[in-house]
Design a protein around this ligand. Sequence first.
Ligand code: NAD
Length: 259
Amino acid sequence: MTIRLAIAGAAGRMGRTLIAAARDQNDLTVVGGSEAPDGLARSGELGLTLSEDAGAAASEADVWIDFTSPLVTLSALDALTLTPVRAAIIGTTGFSAEEDDAISKHAERIAIVKAGNFSLGVNLMNALIEQAAQRLGADWDIEIHEAHHRHKADAPSGTALMMGDAAARGRGSPLADLRLPPADGITGPRKSGGIGFSVTRAGGIVGDHTAAFASDAEVLSISHRALDRSIFARGAIEAARWAVERPPGLYSMRDVLSL
Ligand code: NAD
């Protein structure tokens, strides 16, 4: 069976990466793409008909893949109700709690896989972090360090927060209860059982993440380094293949990878 994909924000950094990755696969075909009015002129360069209207872009698609921005994604999900799309893969980050609720509503109708990071490596790493946090007691400090290029606007990164969530899950508490304030000035001793975050912003680093588990006598570090955006596209494509066969529901990459 050939799976027909429609790509939201097709001319964006992730949109272009997704189109290239999908065209390498024999079982996938890209049948449409959406863009903002400014991006429509890139249709020729992408070799794809682009539309401002998500419903038109998805009119012949089985799966919608969306790495855009929260309002764009939510309005596309509304438009998909009149299309044959039966699964949506959402990589957009930065949704509010209310927007997350709206996505859950759509997941009563179609299968949705949503993840703040689609890389197989990061999702596998998070499963290992959860396992380690479960196994190692509160006398092991957990510190999550991330490094990104000098242009990145937010800190800690969404991926670092996913890692913190995984560690907190392993310790059986919400991250909000375990998260330590940023270290600066006279901090006093570290609070036992807390999860700390430290951040580097420098040069052109694509994305480095490490969770360190430190006792008095040893340090276990679990690390991931992103070298290329294609890792996110490959994960999203894997999610598309998985989700197209699934009943409606809200899924994560942990489900896709059976972690
Ligand atoms: P980008 O700005 O390069 O691409 C977004 C595209 O959406 C642009 O081409 C823009 O013109 C288009 N767009 C804007 N309004 C639109 C509309 N109304 N209809 C259709 N298209 C519209 O951004 P990017 O670097 O590709 O990242 C996009 C999102 O994906 C961000 O939220 C980013 O954080 C997220 N992201 C997630 C992962 C992950 O693994 N989950 C990985 C990378 C990026």
